[in-house]
Ligand binder design. Structure first.
Ligand code: ZN
Length: 354
């Protein structure tokens, strides 16, 4: 069901926005400030006094957008998110708020300031080109953050927004911004393999995981003093998109936004019901079912996932043959992803075949 190619593409996400912050530092001339030997005590007081950060993206979280990757909390070469899951990768220094496709990106999804402050620096002019292979990664060497904005919130707090859409940055250094001020649009510039805004928060130059606050220490079994304005759920597994296709889908086409048609021609060679999800784990059970307008089950498949994937796609389908043509009417696709006895994703979609 998932070919090697898809597995490769999914694994490729690991490389996503690697080394964003080091390159940014080089570019922005950032230097640590006000470091003291008593840093721990300062940090301990800091969670309560920190700014409260709102969403960096203007969308309905869980519907039009979702948190795809979290900051890496493992100090070594492993990677763990604050929920002790694996929706992160080694050295990931921010939270990735993703949208579902390039098509959605093209409509213009606003990136907004998470808290009030003053713009320190910006970058614009980097093309929106999702990285797909080693050559793409090399091409963004030194500009991994893509089009970006850094905001100084005072008292040592900064926020940084990466991968904005080319030509969309609407602020300049020195501008005062309020929480919610539009900074630009969500894009895929720099080292991004899906359209999203990467938000890094720093206190005294140190990366802060906003889900646990500045005084948490490494690892995932730590007290959670979130500095989000409103608590954000930990949802490390979820649906990206689902739909029907007249040909075999692949991850690239899905990120582009293809295969969202509400109707299909009865002359297509294939009728495919596909699902794209994030945060699947080894041992998850997925169940697909494709039902014809006459109620006949044309394809059904259940499988146990053999390995985890930060992004995953799967599908079932029926070939259009002379003996068994694709009959007109409403075709239905059903899908469940189960972990143990919990249903984590449930999809029910239909398409009209004419
Ligand atoms: Zn990121």
């Amino acid at each position: 069901m998932t070919s090697q190619k898809y597995k490769y593409l999914a694994a490729f996400l690991i490389a996503l926005c690697l080394a964003v912050v080091p390159s940014w530092i080089a570019w922005g001339g950032w230097l640590p400030q006000n470091r003291t030997a008593d840093n721990t005590a300062i940090l301990a007081q800091t969670a309560a006094n920190s700014p409260r950060f709102g969403l960096p993206i203007d969308c309905s979280l869980g519907e039009e957008c979702f948190v795809m990757l979290y900051p890496d909390r493992d100090p070594g070469p492993e990677a763990v998110d604050f929920g002790c899951g694996r929706q992160t990768y080694d050295t990931h220094k921010g939270t990735d708020f993703a949208i579902r496709s390039d098509r959605h990106m093209a409509t213009g999804v606003k990136v907004q300031a998470s808290a009030s402050g003053r713009v320190l620096r910006i970058r614009d002019g980097v093309a929106d080109r999702r990285v797909r292979d080693e050559a793409d990664i090399k091409a963004v060497n030194g500009i991994e953050c893509g089009n970006a904005v850094v905001i100084d919130h005072g008292d040592g707090w900064e926020s940084q927004y990466c991968h904005l859409r080319n030509g969309s940055v609407t602020v300049k250094p020195g501008d005062e911004v309020q929480k919610g001020t539009v900074l630009g649009m969500v894009g895929a510039s720099g080292l991004a393999s899906f359209p999203h805004v990467h938000l890094s928060i720093r206190y005294q130059g140190e990366v802060v995981d906003p889900f646990v606050g500045p005084n948490a220490g490494p690892g995932c079994n730590v007290p959670r003093n979130s500095i989000w304005e409103k608590p954000l759920d930990y949802l490390p597994t979820g649906l990206i998109r689902a739909g029907f296709a007249p040909e075999l889908p692949n991850m690239e086409r899905l990120w582009q936004g293809s295969f969202s048609e509400k109707t299909l021609s009865k002359d297509v060679p294939l009728t495919i019901f596909w699902v794209q999800a994030y945060g699947t784990l080894q041992g998850d059970k997925v169940h697909f079912k494709l039902t014809a307008p006459n109620g006949e089950v044309m394809a059904e498949n259940e499988q146990i996932l053999e390995k985890p994937n930060r992004t995953w796609m799967g599908y079932v389908g029926k070939r259009n043959t002379q003996e068994r043509p694709i009959i007109p009417g409403k075709w239905q696709g059903e899908y469940q992803l189960m972990r143990g006895d919990r249903v984590l994703i449930e999809v029910d979609r239909s398409v009209e075949v004419r």
